[in-house]
Design a binder for this molecule. Structure first.
Ligand SMILES: N[C@@H](CCC(=O)N[C@@H](CS)C(=O)NCC(=O)O)C(=O)O
Length: 220
């Protein structure tokens, strides 16, 4: 078995799909969390990052990175897809693999649309950005619903007949959106019960549920 080492901040963020893939596959890895004693995001955390990032040998100056027997990969979706292929959660055949990748890219874009709002500190601007994000999300969630339903009515997974990294990516990012939108989380997926059920289905996989229970509790 290769020796895996995943480096990220002490947050779920872009590293959580890879971590869940390790948990689901029951594979050993080193879960390296930079500056675990400093809250993230925080000014102290950012200062420490700027001080030390040049020493970390990051190919494009960012995390997450995955080391596989000492060789290094960056880009969260590339890392997740690589692990999904290694562990059998990438979809069966070229078409399913491409669909899983498509969905993961759309999940990435959907979360990035919320980032300006999630990062904003000014409460008035944040409320305006949140309103826009919630409005824009309706179309995005409708698109995800349609894609889910195209696969056997939508009571299973996005692709094929089993869980793939696309379902994990979706569940992880929706969960992070829930954390960021406060009281709106209760109603965010109310019009898309099949999407909510998918998120819950992923989180109920015994090995995933076990990881969620035991993982470090972080705000992001
Ligand atoms: N597209 C990249 C984005 C990576 C990224 O933005 N990483 C952030 C943490 S979530 C980072 O390293 N920020 C520090 C910096 O850019 O200096 C990915 O998905 O991995």
């Amino acid at each position: 078995m290769p020796k895996y080492r995943l480096v990220y901040f002490n947050a779920r963020g872009r590293a959580e799909t890879p971590r869940i893939l390790f948990a689901l596959a029951g594979e050993e890895y080193e879960d390296v969390r930079l500056f675990p004693d400093l809250p993230w995001p925080s000014q102290e955390g950012k200062d420490k990052w700027l001080e030390t990032k040049s020493e970390l040998g990051l190919p494009f100056g960012q995390v997450p990175v995955l080391d596989v027997d000492g060789k290094r990969l960056c880009q969260s979706n590339v890392i997740a897809k690589y692990l999904a292929r290694q562990f059998g959660y990438a979809g069966k055949g070229d078409w399913e693999e491409a669909r899983a990748e498509m969905i993961s890219a759309c999940v990435y874009d959907a979360f990035e649309k919320g980032r300006p709002c999630f990062m904003e500190q000014d409460p008035i601007k944040k409320a305006e950005l949140l309103e826009k994000f919630l409005k824009d999300s309706k179309e995005m969630m409708d698109n995800f619903r349609q894609i889910l339903e195209e696969n056997d009515g939508g009571s299973g997974f996005f692709v094929g007949d089993g869980i793939t990294w696309a379902d994990i990516n979706f569940a992880v990012r929706i969960d992070q959106i829930f954390d960021r939108i406060g009281e709106n989380a209760d109603t965010f997926l109310k019009d898309w019960p099949k999407l909510l059920a998918l998120k819950q289905r992923v989180e109920k996989y015994p090995k995933i549920a076990e990881w969620i229970e035991k993982r470090p509790k972080t705000t992001w």
